[in-house]
Design a protein. Sequence first.
Length: 304
Amino acid sequence: MSATVEFARMNGLGNKILVVDMRGRPDKVTPAAAVALNADPHTEFDQIMAIHDPKAEGTDAFIDILNSDGSKAQACGNGTRCVVQALAAETGRKVFTFQTVAGILNAVEHEDGTISVDMGRPVFDWDKIPLAEEFHDTSRIELQIGPIDNPVLHSPSAMSMGNPHAIFWVDRDVMSYDLARFGPLLENHPMFPERANITLAQVTSPTSVTTRTWERGAGLTLACGSAACSAAVSAARTGRTGRTGRKVTINVASAKPPATLSIEWRERDDHVIMTGPAEWEWSGRLDPSTGLWSHEGTREAEAQ
C-alpha cells in the first residue's frame, strides 16, 4: 500500500477544504497529520473531507471530516459540495449519497455547476444539540457576553445541523464585531458540552440574512455551510424572515469575494437544502499519517 494518497485543495465560498481520497485503504487521516497540514500556509484548511469506501448499502462513500485542530466534525456543508464536484469530475455522475457520522447526505450537481446538498432535518431538543441546561424553547436561550446591563451579544438561537450551532442576532454589520475575541469564549462556553459553532446573523430583508461564523475546531472561517443552514432555519423559527421564511439567501459576509448560498427549509419533510458553488484550486499527494505532502510531485512541506 502506497504511503501517500491523492488530495485536492478546494474551497466552498472561500471555506478552505482538503478533499482526501482514502478509498481502498483501511487507515485514516490522523489528527497529527491534520494539525501538520494546517500549520503549513500552502495547505492550511478549515476542514478535511476524507473519502472512504462506503460502509452502508446504497451509499457512494463514507466521509470522515476533520477540523483544522485535528478534532472530528459531524457535518460540513461547504466541504460536501467540494466532494460532490470532485467525484462528479471523476465519474461523470451528478447524484450522490454519502454517509457521515451525522447521518446520510444526498447531493446533486446541477447543469450550472452549483451543487445542492440535503443536510437533513434540524434538531432543536436541548439535550440533542446538546446544551448543558434544559430549555423548553431553544429558539432563544439565556446566554450573553459583555456587561449584564448592556451585553454585546445575547439570547442566541440554538440548534444542531449535524453539529451544534448558536446564532446570535445582531442589528448592525456582522463584520463590525470582534468575533476573533468573542468566538473562542463562546465556542468553549460551559453551555455547550461539545463546543459550538458561533454565528453572527443580521436579517437584511424578508428573504435574506447576512452571516459571519466562528467555526468549532477551526476558528474564524470565510464560510460555513451548516452555519448558513442554521441561520436560515433559526430566522424562520423566530419569525425574522418573510411570511413563511423557509427559503432565504444567506449572504456570507466574510467570503472573498462576498458570496451567497440559497437555503430552503423544505416544508414537506423539514429537510434543509443548501445550494451553492465549489471550486477546485490544485491537487497533490499526502501521507495521511504524518501530513507530509507534495504538489505536482515536488515536496513542498513537511509535518512539524
